[in-house]
Design a protein around this ligand. Structure first.
Ligand code: SF4
Ligand code: SF4
Length: 198
C-alpha cells in the first residue's frame, strides 16, 4: 500500500505542477504530431497514435471476437449438429430453438429439422459454442449483427442462414467478408428502411 506523502513546497504552490503538466501534454502533442508527419511522408510504418478515426477508419476485430453464429458442415455439406440440445440448455438467454428429427442413416441418431437463434435475445456469451460436443456451432464469422428493420421476426436466424455462413467462409477469406459486411452496414445506415434481410 502506498502511504500518503506530504506535498513538497513546489507541489503546494500548484503553479509549478500546472506548468509541469502542461509540459507533459505538450511533449505528447509534439511527439504525436512528429510521428504523424513521419508516417504521412512514408518514413514510419507503425500507427502514429492509438486513436482510430471512426467511422472512416475501423479497428480490426481481435481473432477471438465472438461474431454472428454459424452451423458447421460435414464435407458432404450436411449439418454437423446432432440436435443434442446441449447448446440450448447452456444458453442463458433461452434463445436457441431446436426441432430434432430421426435421421435416415441409422449411424446418426438425430439432426435438427429446425434450428433457430433469436438474436434479439442473444447476449453473445459464446456458451453455446463451449457446450457443443461436436463443434457444430461457432461464432468465428468475424461479423456482427446488422439487421435494422423494425420487425422482430427478422432477427431470428434460421438453420439455412446459419449454414450459409459456413459455406461463405469456405469460399472466401474473412477479410473480404468483413469488408462486404461493412459496406452493407454503411448502406443500411444511409437508408435503413431500404435494407433487406439476408
Ligand atoms: S451466444 Fe450465448 S446467448 Fe447467444 S445463443 Fe449462444 S449461448 Fe445463447
Ligand atoms: S449445435 Fe452442438 S450442442 Fe447444439 S444441438 Fe447441435 S450438436 Fe448439440
Amino acid at each position: 500500500m502506498k502511504r500518503r506523502q506530504e506535498m513538497t513546497l513546489f507541489e503546494r504552490m500548484y503553479l509549478f505542477e500546472v506548468i509541469r503538466g502542461l509540459g507533459i501534454t505538450m511533449s505528447h502533442l509534439i511527439g504525436n504530431f512528429a510521428k504523424l508527419v513521419l508516417r504521412f511522408v512514408g518514413l514510419r510504418k507503425q500507427r502514429a497514435i492509438a486513436t482510430y478515426q471512426y467511422p472512416e477508419e475501423q479497428r480490426p476485430y481481435p481473432p477471438r471476437y465472438r461474431g454472428r453464429h454459424r452451423l458447421t458442415l460435414h464435407t458432404d455439406g450436411s449439418v454437423r449438429c446432432t440436435a443434442c440440445f446441449l447448446c440450448a440448455t447452456a444458453c442463458p438467454a433461452r434463445c436457441i430453438y431446436i426441432q430434432p428429427v430421426e435421421h435416415e442413416d441409422p449411424s446418426i441418431e438425430k439432426y435438427p429439422a429446425r434450428y433457430e437463434i433469436d438474436t434479439l435475445l442473444c447476449v453473445y456469451c459464446g456458451y453455446c459454442v463451449e457446450a457443443c460436443p461436436v463443434d457444430a456451432i461457432r461464432m468465428d464469422t468475424g461479423i456482427h449483427p446488422e439487421i435494422y428493420i423494425p420487425d422482430p421476426r427478422a432477427f431470428v436466424e434460421d438453420k439455412e442462414t446459419l449454414m450459409e455462413r459456413s459455406r461463405i467462409l469456405q469460399g472466401s477469406d474473412p477479410e473480404s467478408i468483413l469488408y462486404e459486411h461493412r459496406q452493407k452496414m454503411k448502406k443500411m445506415e444511409e437508408s435503413p428502411l431500404d435494407c433487406s434481410v439476408d
